[in-house]
Design a protein around this ligand. Structure first.
Ligand SMILES: [Zn+2]
Length: 278
């Protein structure tokens, strides 16, 4: 599929109704990644289409004049390039998003470490997450920020936050470095897991396997990606994962930098408090 589609201009992209954003007409397919059952297709205008193939779902490649194995009504995504048509059949979750700042910061080198790499520096990821300018973001949005980390899918964010019983709306500024470190380690494990079983992702309305409450889903943040969470075991805001007294985690990070970052975050917090009091 990669050989047939990559570097080709897409003549047609059809998918589930209402999906947004979509690649612009004739944009070039730049890359196709497969991670377990997740296939993501990237266009040169920064749009990424992610399909999560479930039960009996599959991507199939056909010559333009070839008959499909199943009728058109079974297709969830159809991508046509000169000479070839790629069709995704069956039970499939489809999501799309725009890679932020792609054109404003071309090759800026500001992209975060790739969690798929064996030699990834997790301390560097935790440090990026801890950076003062991200203090106002939700943890869900921050984990999807390519300047923090790359190589993870939308599924990892929701599954990791559920596993840590952390609300996706927890503000990054409420978490300390030790929390970041725990989250980043869990993200790295999730990326390598292959996602054989899912606890919240794509399970809206189904019972939480931990507490039995209903799983909820909603689009979040600037890129409008789906977040999934349990309203009962992930209800808290401003919660800490690691108690303040704990010294268990020993992050491989520059202590001086961390102290400066902590002080900067504190200044932001004090400023916010003053503003609240008028
Ligand atoms: Zn629950």
């Amino acid at each position: 599929m990669r050989t047939a589609l990559v570097n080709q201009s897409s003549l047609r992209v059809d998918t589930v109704a209402g999906l947004w954003p979509m690649p612009s007409e004739h944009s070039l397919i730049e890359a196709i990644h497969r991670d377990g059952r997740c296939v993501s297709i990237e266009w040169d205008d920064g749009i990424v289409l992610e399909t999560w193939v479930r039960w009996k779902g599959s991507w199939e490649l056909y010559r333009s004049n070839q008959m499909w194995r199943l009728p058109m009504s079974f297709a969830r995504v159809v991508i046509e390039v000169p000479g070839w048509t790629a069709v995704c059949f069956g039970s499939v979750s489809v999501d799309s998003y725009r890679m932020p700042d792609r054109h404003r910061h071309p090759q800026s080198g500001g992209v975060g470490p790739d969690l798929r790499r064996d030699d990834v520096d997790l301390g560097a990821v935790a440090t990026r997450l801890f950076y003062p300018t991200r203090a106002g973001m939700t943890i869900f949005d921050a984990l999807g920020d390519p300047h923090v980390l790359t190589g993870s899918g939308n599924v990892d964010r929701s599954e990791v936050l559920w596993s840590l019983e952390l609300s996706p709306f927890t503000s990054v500024g409420e978490l300390e470095y030790d929390d970041m470190w725990m989250i980043v380690q869990s993200m790295a494990r999730s990326v390598r897991s292959g996602h054989q079983s899912l606890s919240v992702y794509g399970r809206v309305g189904q019972p939480c396997v931990r507490c039995g409450s209903s799983i909820t889903g909603a689009r979040q943040g600037e890129d409008r990606r789906m977040a999934y969470w349990c309203t009962t075991c992930q209800s808290g805001n401003g919660q800490r994962l690691v108690p303040p007294s704990s010294n268990e985690a020993s992050p491989p990070a520059d202590v001086l930098y961390l102290n400066e970052a902590r002080a900067a975050r504190e200044r932001v917090r004090i400023f916010d408090d003053l503003r609240d009091f008028g």
